[in-house]
Design a binder for this molecule. Structure first.
Ligand SMILES: [Zn+2]
Length: 334
């Protein structure tokens, strides 16, 4: 995309807990923000209605405020999804969603072209165009929070894959007989290094009565979160410390594998856990130096994400503009 040719968009971030929408202009100003709870337990149709309503409200605010009218709508959603057809397939954190043509359902009533992309690819796009991976020819974005996700820039462009699932780094196997992942496979890094996995291990320690500092913070297993396991480890709880060390080791080994596989210039670590536990970045650096080929290991930079919560809105700006300017799209809609 030629940056000077970029036009404003309507950006929508469909998350498991919240739907956010805003007007995003080419100078990266995010305005006319609105948000509403997702409440996916109320069913697919009511979530779609909330997305449509939010989009219509932001569009109204933007036009009333004299902003540049959006040329299109970008929608960030949990995967798996088909970015080419604009269809949400079956995300684990959107209950009941199967093959929902979200782009068409949001774009048609607002009479704007709408495009869908996986949330982690949107975040990667933001960090690549404007953040920690700016100008990199080859880069990997890894987000560590409730789950583990990612996105890849290879040869100067996003790697999307045949079905749109490229970059799902959280589902690389790091322990052949490790714990089961949410998708049923054993030993994926998400089953060891994610917030969900850390909390699960914390609950097991609490039940076994071997984590005194954690017991002082959480009286009931249901109260255990990854954050509390981290606080207990900081307070000297050796069992909790071991859970975190194993999580960081799994993530570091995964990143070392990515270095050997992709030879990136930079690995960007985002997500609430990566941003709140600085020792994760150190562990990733250490395991890359220990496990990856020497030259790629020496050359790769490990950086924290720079753009915060707005990655899922800002990253849609180049995605919508790129797709509108894609000759294949132009041909189909001429
Ligand atoms: Zn998995």
């Amino acid at each position: 995309m030629d940056a000077s040719a970029a036009r404003s968009i309507l950006a929508i971030d469909l998350g498991g807990t919240q739907i956010r929408a805003a007007h995003v202009s080419p100078d990266l100003r995010v305005t006319c923000r609105r948000a509403v709870a997702t409440n996916d337990e109320e069913g697919v149709e009511s979530v779609i209605e909330r997305v449509q309503t939010l989009g219509r409200e932001v569009l109204g605010d933007a036009l009333q405020g004299g902003l540049e009218p959006p040329v299109g709508i970008g929608i960030s959603s949990p995967g798996p999804l088909d970015p080419w057809r604009g269809v949400v397939l079956a995300p684990p954190n959107l209950a009941g969603w199967h093959d929902v043509p979200l782009a068409a359902k949001v774009g048609s009533p607002l009479e704007l072209p709408a495009f869908l992309e996986r949330d982690t690819n949107v975040a990667m796009m933001a960090e690549w165009r404007y953040g920690a991976a700016r100008d990199a020819h080859d880069a990997v974005y890894v987000t560590v929070s409730t789950g583990i996700g990612g996105g890849i820039i290879a040869n100067g462009r996003p790697l999307i894959g045949l079905d749109g699932s490229a970059g799902e780094v959280g589902h690389l196997t790091v322990e052949l007989d490790g714990p089961d992942c949410g998708d049923g496979s054993p030993g994926h890094v998400e089953a060891i290094g994610s917030g969900t996995a850390i909390a699960r291990e914390g609950r097991a320690l609490l039940a076994a009565g071997v984590a005194p500092e954690l017991a002082a913070l959480a009286s009931h297993p249901a109260d255990v979160t990854a954050e509390l396991v981290g606080l207990a480890a900081d307070a000297g709880d050796t069992a909790c410390r071991a859970v975190l060390d194993r999580a960081w080791l799994a993530l570091g080994a995964m990143c070392a594998g990515l270095v050997n596989l992709l030879n990136p210039e930079v690995i960007v670590l985002g997500g609430s856990i990566a941003l709140h536990r600085p020792e994760l970045k150190d562990a990733v650096r250490r395991e890359i130096d220990r496990r990856a080929f020497p030259l790629p290991a020496r050359r790769v930079r490990v950086e924290l994400a720079q753009l915060g919560d707005d990655v899922s809105l800002i990253g849609l700006l180049p995605i919508v503009n790129d797709r509108l300017q894609d000759p294949a799209y132009a041909k189909e809609h001429s």
